[in-house]
Design a protein around this ligand. Structure first.
Ligand code: C2E
Ligand code: MG
Ligand code: MG
Length: 741
C-alpha cells in the first residue's frame, strides 16, 4: 500500500480517540462545534469518514446531507441513493412522528439547543427490506456556521438477540424447574421467597403463588428454623466448593411444616448465591420421609440381632459412647454392666438342634428384657452371650438386684420344641459378671473388661451365679481371663510360631516332622506349650490356634518340598476342642486343599483322652476324614497314659501309636519295660506303627531299635527347630551325605 494514501497508524489512533471523545460529548448531550479552524477542530467530514459508528448528517428539516461508510455498509445503501432524501423514508411509518418531532424541537431551539435526553429507539429498514431495531441519538452540531443534526445510530439487533437468548434460557430454567418434583426456591437475605416452582405443591402442599413474596420461615417450625438460621446465612456467602472446608454440610436435614400442619423430615441443598439486585440464594427442598424410614430400617438391621431383636455389639458400643458423654459422671452418677453367658446352652443346641437352641435364646432375651427398667438396655453379643446396660444405678447393690432377678428368671424351666416336634422342659443357668461405672472402669473399654472378668469368675466359680467385679479382682480366674486376652492378642500379633521336630526311622533317616507351637515375643518365650496349651484348650483359643498351625505347617512343608526335601510327612497335633467342632472336617479339607499338599503326607495326632471324651462323635469324625482322604494318617499321641479300654484300636483306622515320653524315661524300670513291650506287641499284631517319643540317650535308641520300633523322636536326634533353622540343617545333612567320603 502506498504510504501517502492512507492515514498513518499512529495518526489513525489519535483520530479515533478524538472521535471517541467527540461522540462521548455528543452522547452526553453537549453541543459540539465542528470545523477545521485554527483550533484544530475536527471537521464533520473527517468525523463521518472515520467514525466506526453509523452516522448520518441531516439538515434540521431531516434531509440527509451525508452518511458515513459505517452507515452505508450496515444499511446497504450507496451514498448517492441517500443524499438529498428525507431520513423519514428510512423509518417505518409508525415511528416517523416521534422522529420528526425530535427534529422539529432541535430546529426550534436553534444552535444552542441541547441534544434530546432520550435515545430514540425505533425500527428502520435496510435496503434489502430487512428491518432492524436501532436506537438513534440526535445531536445538534455546527460546522462553519452551518447547522446540522448528527444522527448517531446503533444497530440493536445484536442486543435483541441476546435478550431473546436470555428469555429462552429463562424459559428453559422455568420449564426445568417445573419438571422437578422437589421444591425449588430463590430467596433473598431476609429469607423472602422470590421464586418458587410448582414442586412446592408436592413438598409443602402450597401453590407457588401462595409462597412467592412470603417468608420461607413459615415452611418450618419456627424454633427449628431459628436453630439453623445462622448456618443458613453462611450459604449466602460461601460457595459450594468452599463449603465443606468451612465446616458447612452439603445438605441440611430438618423438619418442615406442610400447608395442612403436617410435619415431615426435609433435606435442603443450596446452590451458589448470586449478587443481582441484592444477594439471592437458590435452594432445593425435598421431603425425605421415605428415605428416613429406610435409613431407620437399615440402622435397625445393622444394630440389632436378627434372632432376638436385641441390640448387637455395635449398638452397645454406640450406647456406651452416648451414655459416657452425658453429664453427671463427676457428680456421683453411676451405671452398671452385666455380662451374661448361659450355662449348658451348648449341650441343648447340640442335642435338641439349632431350632430349639434359637427358641431358647429368643425366650432368654424376652426374660432378660422383662427384668429391666425402661432406661436399661439389653444386647446379644452372639452365641449365648448377653449384656445389659443399666443406665442409672445409685450403687452396686442395684446391679446385684437386677442380676439376681435375671438369674432366677433364667433358672425357671423353658418349654422348648425339639427337632422331632415334641415339647420338652429344659433348664439352663447363667453366669453373670457385673461392673459398675465409673468405679470399675471409666471408659467403655475398661468397664467392659471388668464385667467380662467378673463373668469369667462366675463361670470358673461353678457357674449359675453372679459376681461383682470387686470380688473378682486378684482371683485365679482374673489371671486366667487376662491370659486368655493375651493369647487372643498374641494370635493377632503373630507371636505364635511353629517349631519342627523330626521323627526318624531306625537308621536315623527323617520320616516326618512334628509341628510344635511356641509362644514367643521378640524372640523370648512367653510361656512353654505345657502351660499355655492346656489354657488354650480351656478357653477355646486352641481352635483358631490349631487351625492356624495346620495351615502354616502345610505351607512350610511345601517350602521344604521346593527345597528338594519331599519325602517327609507332617504331623500335626489336633485338640479335642477342634475335633468336637461340627465343621472340623471341612476346616481340615480347606487347609489341605488350599496347600496343595498330598493328603497321604498329613498325619493327625490325637491323644487318647481326645478320643475318649466323646467317643461316638470322635469316631464319626475320624471315619469321615478317612472317607474323604483314605491315605491321610492318624496317630494316637501320648499312648499309654489314657487308661483307655483299647477297644477303639480295633474300631478306628489308626496308623501309629506314639509311646508317651514317661515310658521312655523310665525304661530302667522292669515294670515299665513290660508295658512298653506289651504296646509294641499289641501294635504289631494290629499292624500299627509305633513311634517312641522323648528319646534322649543312645541306650533308649538302642532299646527301641532292637525292638524293631519303626519311628523315634527325641532330643537325641534333634530338638524342635524353626523352619529356617530346620531347612539349614537339612541342607547341611544332605551336603554331608552327598559330599566326598
Ligand atoms: P506332644 O504332642 O506329645 O509333643 C511332644 C513333646 O515332647 C514336645 O513338647 C516336644 O518338644 C517334647 N519332646 C520331644 N522330644 C523330647 C525329648 O527328647 N526330651 C524331652 N524332654 N521332651 C521332648 P512341647 O513342644 O513342649 O509340646 C508339649 C505338648 O503341647 C505337645 O505334646 C502337644 O500335646 C502340645 N502341642 C504342641 N503344639 C501343639 C499344637 O499345635 N496343637 C495342639 N493341640 N497341641 C500342641
Ligand atoms: Mg504330638
Ligand atoms: Mg506326645
Amino acid at each position: 500500500m502506498d504510504k501517502g494514501a492512507g492515514v498513518p497508524v499512529a495518526e489513525a489512533k489519535t483520530s479515533k480517540s478524538i472521535f471517541s471523545q467527540l461522540l462521548e460529548r455528543i452522547v452526553q448531550g453537549r453541543g459540539v462545534k465542528l470545523g477545521s479552524g485554527p483550533e484544530g477542530e475536527v471537521s464533520l467530514e473527517i468525523l463521518l469518514e472515520n467514525c466506526p459508528d453509523s452516522l448520518l448528517s441531516l439538515s434540521t428539516a431531516g434531509v440527509i446531507c451525508d452518511a458515513n461508510p459505517a452507515f452505508l455498509s450496515s444499511f446497504g445503501y450507496s451514498r448517492g441513493e441517500l443524499v438529498g432524501s428525507s431520513v423519514l423514508a428510512l423509518i417505518p411509518e409508525g415511528y416517523r412522528p416521534g422522529f420528526a418531532e425530535a427534529l422539529a424541537r432541535l430546529d426550534a431551539e436553534g444552535p444552542e439547543s441541547r441534544a434530546p435526553d432520550d435515545v430514540l429507539a425505533f425500527r428502520g429498514a435496510k435496503r434489502d427490506g430487512t428491518s432492524v431495531t436501532m436506537d438513534c441519538l440526535l445531536a445538534p452540531v455546527e460546522e462553519n456556521g452551518n447547522r446540522r443534526v448528527l444522527a448517531v445510530i446503533r444497530d440493536l439487533s445484536l442486543d435483541q438477540e441476546l435478550l431473546d437468548q436470555l428469555k429462552e434460557s429463562k424459559d428453559h430454567y422455568v420449564a426445568l424447574s417445573e419438571t422437578i418434583t422437589e421444591a425449588i426456591f430463590r430467596i433473598d437475605e431476609d429469607f423472602r421467597i422470590l421464586f418458587a416452582n410448582s414442586g412446592v405443591k408436592n413438598t409443602f402442599g402450597y401453590d407457588k403463588e401462595e409462597l412467592v413474596g412470603r417468608n420461607m420461615i413459615r415452611l418450618f417450625p419456627e424454633e427449628v428454623f431459628r436453630k439453623h438460621e445462622p448456618e443458613f446465612r453462611k450459604y449466602f456467602y460461601i460457595d459450594d466448593q468452599d463449603r465443606v472446608g468451612m465446616g458447612l454440610k452439603r445438605t441440611i436435614e430438618l423438619l418442615g411444616v406442610t400447608k395442612f400442619r403436617g410435619v415431615a423430615p426435609m433435606e435442603i441443598s443450596f446452590g451458589n448465591s448470586k449478587e443481582f439486585r441484592g444477594r439471592t440464594l437458590t435452594c432445593i427442598v425435598r421431603e425425605i420421609s421415605q428415605r428416613k424410614t429406610m435409613e431407620r430400617r437399615l440402622r435397625h438391621l445393622a444394630y440389632h440381632d436378627k434372632l432376638t431383636g436385641l441390640g448387637n455389639r455395635d449398638l452397645f458400643n454406640e450406647d456406651m459412647k452416648a451414655i459416657l458423654a452425658e453429664p453427671g459422671w463427676g457428680a456421683g452418677r453411676k451405671a452398671a454392666l452385666l455380662f451374661m453367658d448361659l450355662d449348658g446352652f451348648k449341650h441343648i443346641n447340640d442335642t435338641l438342634g439349632h431350632a430349639a437352641g434359637d427358641e431358647l435364646l429368643v425366650e432368654t432375651a424376652r426374660r432378660i428384657r422383662f427384668c429391666l427398667r425402661d432406661c436399661d438396655f439389653a444386647y446379644r453379643f452372639g452365641g449365648d452371650e448377653f449384656v445389659t446396660l443399666l443406665s442409672l444405678v445409685s450403687e452396686a447393690k442395684d446391679a446385684a438386684l437386677v442380676a439376681d432377678r435375671i438369674l432366677r428368671s433364667i433358672r425357671e424351666p423353658y418349654e422348648i420344641q425339639s427337632s422331632s416336634g415334641e415339647k420338652l422342659r429344659v433348664e439352663v443357668g447363667v453366669s453373670i459378671g457385673a461392673a459398675v461405672l465409673p468405679d470399675h472402669g471409666k471408659t467403655a473399654e475398661a468397664a467392659t473388661k471388668s464385667a467380662d472378668i467378673a463373668m469369667y469368675c462366675s463361670k470358673e466359680g461353678g457357674k449359675n451365679r453372679y459376681t461383682l467385679y470387686d470380688e473378682a479382682i486378684n482371683t485365679k480366674s482374673t489371671r486366667d481371663w487376662r491370659l486368655q486376652q493375651e493369647m487372643r492378642q498374641a494370635l493377632v500379633n503373630g507371636e505364635f510360631v511353629l517349631h519342627y521336630q523330626p521323627i526318624v526311622n531306625r537308621d536315623g533317616l527323617i520320616l516326618g516332622l512334628e509341628a510344635l507351637v511356641r509362644w514367643q515375643r521378640d524372640g523370648v518365650t512367653v510361656l512353654p506349650p505345657s502351660e499355655f496349651i492346656p489354657r488354650a484348650e480351656e478357653n477355646g483359643i486352641i481352635v483358631p490356634l490349631g487351625a492356624w498351625a495346620l495351615r502354616r505347617s502345610l505351607m512350610d512343608l511345601r517350602r521344604l518340598d521346593a527345597a528338594g526335601f519331599h519325602r517327609m510327612y507332617i504331623s500335626v497335633n489336633v485338640s479335642s476342642r477342634q475335633l468336637e467342632l461340627p465343621d472340623f472336617v471341612d476346616t481340615l479339607s480347606d487347609a489341605v486343599e488350599g496347600s496343595g499338599v498330598d493328603s497321604s503326607r498329613v498325619n493327625l495326632e490325637l491323644t487318647e483322652t481326645t478320643l475318649l471324651r466323646n467317643p461316638d462323635d470322635a469316631g464319626a469324625k475320624i471315619l469321615e476324614v478317612k472317607r474323604r482322604y483314605p491315605s491321610m494318617m492318624l496317630a494316637i499321641d501320648d499312648f499309654g497314659t489314657g487308661y483307655s479300654s483299647l477297644s477303639y484300636l480295633s474300631r478306628l483306622p489308626v496308623d501309629s501309636l506314639k509311646i508317651d515320653i514317661s515310658f521312655v524315661r523310665a525304661l530302667h524300670r522292669e515294670q515299665n519295660r513290660k508295658v512298653v513291650n506289651a504296646i509294641l506287641n499289641l501294635a504289631e499284631s494290629l499292624d500299627i506303627n509305633v513311634v517312641a517319643e522323648g528319646i534322649e540317650t543312645a541306650e533308649q535308641r538302642a532299646y527301641f531299635r532292637d525292638k524293631r520300633c519303626k519311628g523315634m523322636q527325641g532330643f537325641l536326634f534333634m530338638k524342635g527347630q524353626p523352619i529356617d533353622e530346620l531347612e539349614k540343617r537339612l541342607r547341611a545333612m544332605r551336603d554331608a551325605a552327598s559330599g566326598p567320603a
